[in-house]
Design a protein around this ligand. Structure first.
Ligand code: CAA
Length: 382
């Protein structure tokens, strides 16, 4: 039985900061950002938007493309969780009006978590071939203002339906995995911003990639030219390009890695969903017909767990995608000033008179007695 991605979509903020603006205020040469790390813009998030509102707006798009009655599992992958106990997925379940006979939970392992969620989803469908699983990765990435990580912030949610006979990509059964205890990036409880050792993280990313890829090649018995296109977890685009060159060397240009980075260069790092945003960018922007082609995927979550795996693109994949809508959603975002970015960074409480909108109809109205109160503009219930 073929199991994999039957629908996939993303959402991000309606607001972004140009990295030229950030560079000017931080006294950094803009070339460091656009050439050195490969980023042009980053999504920034108003007080009413969080990982849950983002996740709902991405998930709505894929649930419309499926028989929602068959969704009996929802897995929410994140490292920017808003609660240590209650699953963020429960809010998504409620706003999408999914049936109650549905298993909902969150998973965490830094940026690897959405890959972990897909593994669980695939196994669930293997045991229950008529089931559909909604997997959402949603993260808003924050580093301390003025730190070297600041220009790599960003955020998005990617939602996918995992099912049998997938219309976008079958996930193959072999993969290479590598886990090692490394303090390269972490976010202690009560810290709003992630802490990191940038050089160690880049070193461990590339080391893990080498090990996972060798293991993948041994298990799959494939040769390099059997991989037609490739996506790499993109904390910033240059990292993914370095990864692509490490694996494919002079074959790099034929693997369409740069097509996979178009959205990330405008959105920034979105941790759990970053790799799958790369996949959407590749499928939307690659001029080649990828039907029947193999896409290699490298997932890296600091701390650290890494996996190299692959998928075979379905014949119908183009019918399931919305490249024009995705391009116009990004084009229609509003650029904010550096001062507005600083205001967003100060974590202001959401209030009714704030003019900034969320990516979809659901917004965080307030936090009262430590409870997050959400509203749906279309339904007016909390
Ligand atoms: N013009 C052009 N290029 C320039 C330049 C200029 N004026 N100035 C610097 N550069 C180049 C540098 O040569 C360098 O390129 P190479 O890496 O090819 O040598 C690049 O720009 C970055 O410069 P630095 O190394 O001096 O930058 P930095 O010390 O400020 O750190 C960073 C950059 C490591 C990416 C930092 O932003 C960081 O630590 N980010 C957070 C951690 C991270 O994203 N790690 C990635 C792996 S971990 C992971 O993948 C999980 C995750 O999502 C977080």
């Amino acid at each position: 039985m073929k199991i994999g991605l039957d629908a996939i979509a993303f959402s991000t903020s309606k607001y972004f900061l140009k990295l030229s603006e950030l560079a000017a205020h931080r006294g950094v040469d803009y070339a460091k950002y656009c050439v050195g790390i490969g980023q042009k813009e980053m999504s920034v998030f108003p007080p009413k938007e969080d990982i849950i509102t983002l996740a709902v707006s991405a998930a709505e798009k894929v649930v419309k493309q499926t028989d929602a009655e068959k969704i009996d599992m929802l897995i929410f992958a994140t490292e920017s969780s808003v609660d240590l106990s209650k699953s963020a997925g429960i809010y998504v379940h409620r706003f999408l009006k999914l049936k109650n006979e549905c298993c909902v939970f969150d998973v965490k392992q830094a940026c690897y978590s959405m890959t972990a969620a897909l593994r669980i989803a695939k196994n669930h469908v293997q045991c229950n071939p008529h089931s559909k699983v909604l997997v959402v990765g949603s993260d808003i990435v924050k580093y301390s203002p003025g730190s070297s990580g600041e220009a790599t912030q960003g955020g998005s949610a990617v939602a996918a339906i995992v099912s049998a006979d997938p219309r976008i990509m079958e996930i193959e059964n072999f993969s290479g995995i590598y886990t090692s205890d490394v303090m390269d990036f972490w976010r202690p409880i009560n810290c709003n911003e992630a802490l990191f050792d940038g050089k160690l993280s880049a070193y461990n990313y590339l080391k893990s990639l080498g090990i996972c890829f060798d293991q993948y090649m041994q298990k799959s018995r494939l040769t390099l030219h059997k991989i037609d296109a490739a996506c790499f977890h993109a904390p910033f685009c240059k990292m993914a390009q370095k990864a692509g060159r490490q694996i494919f060397a002079e074959e790099y240009a034929h693997k369409n890695v740069d097509d996979s980075l178009i959205y990330n260069s405008l959105i920034g790092n979105s941790c759990s969903s970053s790799l799958f945003l790369c996949l959407i960018s590749l499928l939307d922007n690659c001029a080649k017909n990828l039907s029947g082609k193999r896409v290699g995927l490298f997932s890296y979550g600091s701390g650290s767990v890494a996996e190299y795996f692959s998928g075979i693109i379905s014949d119908s994949y183009r019918d399931m995608l919305t490249p024009r809508e995705n391009a116009s959603a990004l084009k229609n975002r509003e650029a904010v000033s550096f001062e507005t970015y600083e205001y967003f960074c100060s974590n202001p409480a959401p209030t009714l008179n704030q003019k900034y909108e969320t990516s979809g109809a659901v917004y965080l109205e307030k936090i009262e007695n430590y409870q997050r109160i959400y509203k749906n503009l279309e339904e007016n219930f909390s």
